[in-house]
Design a protein around this ligand. Structure first.
Ligand SMILES: [Zn+2]
Length: 355
């Protein structure tokens, strides 16, 4: 076997041309070992420590032909359902494989739900076992709580074994969100050009330029950033909102993954890349200054001017506590979907487009 370095971080593993044929080459993630041209399902084991361990579901689709390794992960937040259903859809085999290993070039690693406890207990934002967000503690630690140990298992089994990663999210239970992707700028021009191509290939028409992510691979915090700081061009994308699974959102995410697979030449063709996306260069987060009952005045994707009313905070007697106004003009990337409001909660994220 010889390894050929192509692109930046993309490693093609080529079979040695041996007489008599080598044993079938396999690809293993956690307990899932797929032979060439096959799919296998299994689990990434998170060992017990100061709290319980658990198994993260994973599928490996090992293409018949050589090519890059693409990891697609969702469910760091286990109530961002559209993204979870999108990855599970990509695992489907009935009536035909969503991703056919017989014709695939390369390997796809699919992880639909990292934060199983959140999914099981309908807990937004955090892992209810240790109250930590499962997209803030990468690259993880063997001695921390469940989120730290799960993050380390994901780093070792998924990030280190892939060439490119797509981390899927969506509006959580309290977020009425319009779809968008993130393009992370690392400062490595070649890698950034390549990941920009991935974001365009994913097809969502709003792309947030993310230039403030940590540069240290040992303090990478986010899953996608754990791959990006290891030289692996990667993106994050979000679709879905506040609970119900909308088929439009699932389709956008599934088509996005297919678009990136076509860009990576893993499949011969895919959905068209987005032609003229809106590049968001700044996100203005508006936070609540008091507890109360939130009454939104805008919906997702609305265009607001500085000073426009975003919503009103009332008490349980319907008395007004405060009006909340937009500090800057922009697009409502998401607005709070639920009336429950605590001081410090995000009321809205406003995206400011690049001029
Ligand atoms: Zn999320």
């Amino acid at each position: 076997m010889k390894k050929v370095q192509v692109f930046w971080g993309t490693t093609l593993v080529l079979l040695a041309a041996g007489a008599g044929g080598a044993a079938p080459e396999t690809f293993t993630v956690g307990t899932a070992t797929a032979e060439r041209g096959r799919m296998a399902a299994g689990a990434i084991r998170v060992p017990a420590g100061s709290d319980a361990g658990y198994d993260i579901p994973v599928a490996v689709i090992h293409g018949a032909k050589p090519g890059p390794v693409l990891a697609v992960v969702s469910g760091a937040h286990g109530t961002e359902y559209a993204s979870i259903i999108a990855v599970e859809t990509l695992m489907g085999t009935d009536p035909r494989p969503a991703i056919d290993p017989a014709t695939l070039s390369g390997t796809v690693i699919l992880v639909p739900v990292v934060n199983l406890a959140s999914f099981d207990r309908l807990t937004p934002h955090v892992n209810p076992i240790d109250n930590k967000s499962m997209n803030r503690f990468y690259p993880g630690s063997a001695t921390g709580t469940q989120t730290d140990r799960a993050s380390l298992a994901m780093t070792r089994e998924v990030v280190e074994k892939c060439d490119h990663l797509i981390d899927l999210h969506g509006g959580d239970l309290d977020e009425n969100l319009r779809p968008y992707s993130y393009w992370t700028v690392t400062g490595n021009q070649q890698q950034d050009d390549f990941s920009k191509g991935m974001a365009l290939a994913f097809g969502l028409d709003h792309i947030i330029i993310s230039a403030d992510r940590p540069k240290d691979p040992n303090a990478s915090r986010f899953l996608e950033n754990t791959a990006s700081t290891r030289g692996k061009a990667s993106i994050t994308a979000e679709a879905g909102r506040s609970g119900p699974v909308d088929a439009t959102d699932v389709t956008a995410l599934v088509n996005g993954v297919r678009g990136v697979m076509a860009y990576l030449k893993m499949i011969p063709s895919g959905p068209k890349p987005v032609a003229n996306p809106i590049w968001i260069e700044k996100i203005v987060t508006v936070a609540a200054e008091s507890d109360g009952v939130f009454h939104p005045s805008v919906t997702r994707d609305a265009q607001v001017r500085a000073g426009d009313l975003l919503g009103t905070v009332r008490d349980h007697y319907y008395r007004k506590i405060a009006d909340i106004r937009a500090p800057e003009a922009g697009t409502i990337m998401f607005v709070r979907a639920l009336p429950s409001l605590k001081k410090g909660d995000t009321v809205a994220n406003i995206g400011v487009a690049r001029k």
